[in-house]
Design a protein around this ligand. Structure first.
Ligand code: ADP
Ligand code: MN
Length: 179
């Protein structure tokens, strides 16, 4: 149960390149008692894949296995988990107190993904997915709208503002749960 957790569990989601991992790193440096799960790395360490998608040039995660292996961590009463993933419809709704969906405009997103050396096809797929707000819609279909927060993350000033926004939420929520 969400309100049983000592510390808020947070999901940071968004199209690849919107800045999830950058924001999580900054959050983690300010938060004690918090644990970080980068779902892509979590799955890679455990080889929780079902196939390789040649269209998207990425592994397709075995989502059931990922969820089962995350479950004991996510359902612990202690809470205090930050999850970083470019998708969200695999997760049970009650795992998170707040879901932050990062958004980035075409030009900066295109530049960031080009810097990563993505192929044209992969670039186009991801930029298009962001234009059509696929992840935001996925979040809205998965979670109560009340816990979803959309954050624009185009430039360095946004990064700091977003980190502060998320830290404020966490501090406020966790203090409310002291008594
Ligand atoms: P994700 O984890 O969502 O794929 P990353 O955190 O790896 O995204 O960020 C992708 C790239 O964008 C990195 O090079 C990062 O430094 C850069 N970046 C992230 N946030 C911002 C921002 N607010 N302004 C400028 N560059 C950013
Ligand atoms: Mn990342």
């Amino acid at each position: 149960m969400a309100n049983m957790r000592r510390y808020a569990n947070i999901l940071i989601t968004g199209t690849p390149g919107t800045g999830k991992t950058s924001i999580c790193e900054k959050l983690l440096s300010s938060l004690h008692n918090y644990q970080y799960i980068n779902v892509g790395e979590f799955a890679a360490e455990r080889q929780l894949y079902i196939e390789y998608d040649h269209q998207l040039e990425c592994h397709v995660l075995d989502e059931d296995a990922v969820v089962e292996q995350m479950r004991p961590i996510m359902e612990d009463d202690q809470g205090g988990i930050i999850v970083d993933f470019h998708g969200c419809d695999l997760f049970p709704e009650e795992w998170f107190d707040q879901v932050f969906v990062l958004r980035t405009s075409n030009t900066p997103l295109f530049d960031r993904l080009s810097d990563r050396g993505y192929s044209q096809k992969k670039l186009d797929t991801n930029v298009e997915s962001e234009i059509f707000q696929v992840i935001l819609d996925e979040a809205k279909q998965t979670f109560d709208e009340d816990i979803i927060v959309e954050l624009n993350n185009d430039e360095p000033a946004d990064l700091d503002a977003n980190v502060n926004h998320i830290l404020d939420y966490i501090e406020c929520r966790n203090n409310r749960h002291y008594d």
